[in-house]
Design a protein around this ligand. Structure first.
Ligand code: FES
Length: 287
């Protein structure tokens, strides 16, 4: 027996906004009956605000609860805000879902995304046509990874990104991909590896400072960390210049008259800057 929150049980027993909107402005679906879960969501949108939302679902209690709470989350909200809702937001709003049931929140997210992909803003026809063409193009380009459940590469990518998933088992819990014949598991593993490889590269790129960023960071560390420390003992330090890895500093107050103190200080400043910025930094004292 799964451990459900009270909110899940409430929405399962008393689902809100069940049904169909005949003149809906946007309709989206996710899942399929052959996969055991299906959700269809209908939206009424006026002046960029979701004024009504209804759903029809075939699935377990978590699917009903996820769909029900999703309609409550979006009614009255601007479309731009609704577009930002993730499966994690849906699960959080329910007070959490068992890991094996997270795919129900993903189904809500997917159906909502599908509805808004096809949504046409009647006040701006040109923009809408561009959006439709873009949506059709991206839909056509989507690659199915798991043929048993019709799960696309984009959906797996989104699930990893939004929920920090790291294993194939977690992907199965969140999207169902890999949960039947298992033939797609190696591809799912490749997607996970590619995602984290790219993320690592992005982090590394972020940590490489441009020359201007390096100067600002050195200045900030000297002013905000090293100088206050020295002032406690009646000394101080001023940044004079930076040339490549060489950082020229001037000592003031008590520090400037003491050779031993200067050597200790140089080492202290150098260690601080090397640890925080670049191991090649060399500190040079000037008069
Ligand atoms: S192809 Fe994914 S489980 Fe069969």
């Amino acid at each position: 027996m799964w451990d459900y929150s009270e909110k899940v049980m409430d929405h399962y027993r008393n689902p809100r906004n069940v049904g169909k909107i005949d003149d809906a402005d946007a309709v989206g679906s996710a899942g399929s009956l052959t996969c055991g879960d299906q959700l269809k969501i209908y939206l009424k949108i006026k002046d960029g605000i979701v004024t009504d939302a209804k759903f029809q679902t075939f699935g377990c209690g978590s699917a009903v609860a996820s769909s029900s709470i999703l309609t409550e989350m979006i009614i009255g909200k601007p479309v731009d805000e609704v577009r930002k809702i993730t499966n994690k937001d849906i699960a959080d709003e329910l007070g959490g879902l068992p890991p094996e049931k997270m795919h129900c929140s993903v189904m809500g997210y997917e159906a909502l995304e599908d509805a808004l992909k096809g949504y046409v803003d009647k006040d701006d026809l040109n923009e809408a046509l561009d959006e439709i063409h873009g949506a059709q193009k991206s839909h056509a380009q989507e690659k199915i990874v798991c043929t048993c459940f019709g799960v696309t590469e984009n959906l797996i990518w989104d699930a990893i990104k939004q929920n920090g998933l790291t294993t194939v088992e977690e992907i199965t819990n969140y999207t169902k991909a890999g949960g039947a014949c298992g033939k797609c598991k190696s591809i799912i593993q490749d997607i996970i590896d590619t995602y984290y490889h790219k993320e690592k590269k992005a982090e590394e790129a972020k940590s490489v400072l441009s020359p201007a960023q390096k100067i600002l960071k050195i200045n900030s560390i000297i002013e905000n960390q090293i100088s206050p420390e020295l002032q406690k003992d009646g000394g101080d330090i001023t940044l004079v210049d930076i040339d490549g890895d060489k950082v020229y500093v001037r000592l003031r107050g008590r520090c400037s008259g003491c050779k031993n103190s200067m050597l200790t200080l140089k080492s202290f400043v150098e260690t601080s800057l090397r640890e925080a910025i670049d191991k090649n930094i060399e500190v040079v004292e000037v008069n």
